[in-house]
Design a protein around this ligand. Structure first.
Ligand code: OAD
Length: 241
């Protein structure tokens, strides 16, 4: 079915790290970024919405866009891919889930200790790194209770650095893994985009799941298909005992 025996790289004795991208939430109705028709960046310009400069220039516009995106997430539900990846927590000798997604759907499906590389759309923060939930109901401009600065989404924008502790945890997990699985990412945005090649150079088994063979086909194993369909089939094919 897959062209290889999944038990060779995924079974209960393995230490597994999974990296997910927007494709994992596509079947929950959340647009990806780079789909040429429906992706966010086909419709919107990241320069005007997802950079610190954009926020300085027009904070209301940026906040309204994230509020709209957050509402989309709030009205969506995890799909079989999120649930299967939550199940995997119980399956392997060691398991780490890294995501570039900010929608929180992995946690909603039951995943714990997810390494969220790009932040979380349900959290706000000020420039002094005081964190807040979105006030309900939200009205612009929401300000920090501690320092009165304007609140922004706790999301890593273009031109900003990732949280170094999270990045170090991702790298340590991959270093300690037997198998690195990449699901639903175009592999364009660094540093996450560099993890697959790094894992291969370290001699890890690598598996990519994506409907687009252009996204990560250099992996040792590639499964062409949608995450919500492939992951349940994959789990079914593994002899867990
Ligand atoms: P992209 O939009 O760049 O890529 C989405 C990937 O998902 C593509 O490779 C698709 O082929 C694949 N895909 C689509 N439907 C799928 C499905 N049902 N199952 C599996 N895969 C599917 O999204 P990312 O790679 O996640 O940054 O983008 C990386 C970062 O760029 C995002 O985190 C975001 C964006 O700018 C921030 O928001 C900071």
């Amino acid at each position: 079915m897959f062209g290889f025996n999944p038990n060779d790289i995924l079974n209960a004795t393995k230490k597994v790290v999974v990296l997910t991208g927007a494709g994992v939430s596509a079947e929950s109705g959340i647009p990806t970024f780079r789909d040429p028709m429906e992706g966010y960046w086909a419709e919107f310009d990241p320069e005007t919405l997802a950079t610190p400069q954009a926020f300085r220039k027009d904070p209301r516009l940026v906040m309204e866009w994230y509020q709209w995106r957050r509402n989309k997430v709030l009205s969506s539900a995890p799909n079989p891919a999120h649930f299967e990846l939550a199940e995997w927590q119980k399956r392997f000798r060691s398991y780490t889930l890294i995501t570039q997604n900010v929608d929180g759907l992995h946690e909603k499906a039951g995943s714990r200790h997810v390494l969220e590389m790009h932040g979380n759309i349900h959290r706000l923060r000020c420039q002094n790194m005081h964190y807040h939930a979105w006030p309900e109901p939200y009205e612009y401009p929401a300000k920090c209770h501690v320092c009165s600065k304007l609140l922004r989404p706790d999301i890593v924008w273009f031109g900003e650095n990732l949280d170094l502790k999270i990045l170090a945890a991702c790298r340590a997990a991959i270093l300690g893994a037997d198998t690195f699985v990449v699901i639903g990412t175009s592999g364009i945005v660094y540093p996450a985009a560099g993890f697959l090649d790094a894992a291969q150079k370290m001699g890890k088994a690598t598996l990519v799941i994506n409907p687009d063979p252009g996204s990560g086909a250099q992996a040792q194993y590639f499964i062409k298909g949608k995450a919500g369909e492939v992951l349940p089939q994959l789990s079914h094919a593994i002899d867990w005992d």
